[in-house]
Design a protein. Structure first.
Length: 346
């Protein structure tokens, strides 16, 4: 659709990396892989926290970094780390996991948070997303919206609890709330390439690019994507797979597409934007995603039943975004759920 998920960092960092295939250790015969024993988990130090900051995320500023460190310091011994390159947040979060740090707080957008999730997923380390991006969708879904310092104050509030949420998974890479193949990913890819514009216009930059890209590449285009969820299948020009109800936010308003999933439903929901998109469809689609109207009642939209697995086949390589950041181009995507795979402060 012509609504684009909130993005996180906008640096050479803050994006996502290609997945490397898992390595296998070959036995002496050279034939079968030998399963390696898992290393014991380090002791968890719940009084320690790592604060990961993307310094050029849209709403991050130096004053707030110091304020957040002070607030978190009321309850934790805080190690502040600054991202320097694409994928750096994953490296930093892995250091925290290896050291048994109890909390990783990410002051950035959804992209940097997605990077940290790559290391934290499946561990006992808790994540706190302190909003610093243009939309910071995950933080808002978890009730941690507003400013970074305000979210930090909630983290140290004794009334706040640890909560386990589901993650989506595509081809082995986890994501928190949404993935998109087609129009939205193409827009994210273009906007992320213009750092200054993204910081200046925030979510408006995505809307402007969405209209331009839809007009030049998607209006009147034939379907080139096949989406399958459960026993149902649809042809599409764009596919959205959600692990949460909110797809993104336009200012303070959530944009909702799939309504049958939450971060704790153990299911994903796929929505297909079907061929035949026209200018006249844009106002109606925008209204339906910003209101309580059912998006799938629009003739260009088909929402498939929620399922634990979704597969997407593209007739040609197409861009995919995860949690609002461009990831890669692909032709095959297999989606599944990782139930209760991430511990968060909410």
């Amino acid at each position: 659709m012509v609504v684009i998920p909130g993005s996180g960092p906008v640096q050479s960092g803050g994006g996502v990396d290609e997945i490397d295939p898992p390595s296998a250790v070959v036995g002496e015969t050279g034939s079968d892989p030998v399963a390696q024993p898992e290393a014991p988990s380090p002791e968890l130090h719940t009084d320690q926290a790592m604060l990961i900051v993307n310094p050029i995320a849209t709403t991050v500023n130096q004053k707030h970094i110091g304020e957040i460190e002070r607030i978190l310091g009321e309850r934790f011994a805080v190690d502040v780390r600054i991202t320097e390159a694409r994928g750096h947040a994953t490296t930093l979060a892995q250091e925290a996991v290896d050291a048994g740090v109890g909390l990783v707080a990410v002051y950035a957008g959804d992209g940097t948070t997605n990077e940290a999730i790559q290391a934290i997923a499946g561990t006992d380390v808790a994540l706190a997303h302190l909003p610093g991006g243009s939309a910071s969708v995950l933080a808002r879904i978890l009730g941690m919206g507003g400013s970074g310092p305000a979210a930090a104050r909630r983290v140290v509030d004794p009334a706040r609890r640890r909560r386990q949420i589901d993650l989506g998974d595509v081809n082995g890479r986890p994501f928190a709330f949404t993935a998109g193949i087609g129009l939205d990913a193409a827009v994210v890819k273009l906007v992320d390439g213009d750092v200054e514009r993204k910081q200046r216009l925030r979510w408006t930059a995505f809307w402007l690019e969405a209209v331009s890209t839809a007009r030049s590449q998607y209006f009147g285009a034939e379907a080139s994507i096949t989406v399958r969820s459960g026993t149902e299948e649809a042809r599409a020009i764009t596919a959205i797979i959600q692990n949460a109800e909110a797809y993104t936010y336009a200012g303070p308003r959530p944009l909702t597409i799939g309504r049958d999933v939450t971060l704790e439903s153990h299911t994903l929901q796929a929505t297909a934007l079907q061929q035949g998109l026209r200018w006249i469809d844009v106002p109606a689609l925008t209204y339906r995603t910003l209101s309580k109207a059912d998006a799938d009642r629009h003739p260009r939209i088909r929402t498939l039943p929620a399922s634990t697995e979704v597969t997407v086949h593209c007739d040609r390589p197409m861009p995919i975004q995860l949690d609002g950041d461009y990831w890669t181009d692909l032709t095959e995507a297999r989606f599944s759920v990782r139930p209760r795979a991430l511990t968060v402060i909410a």
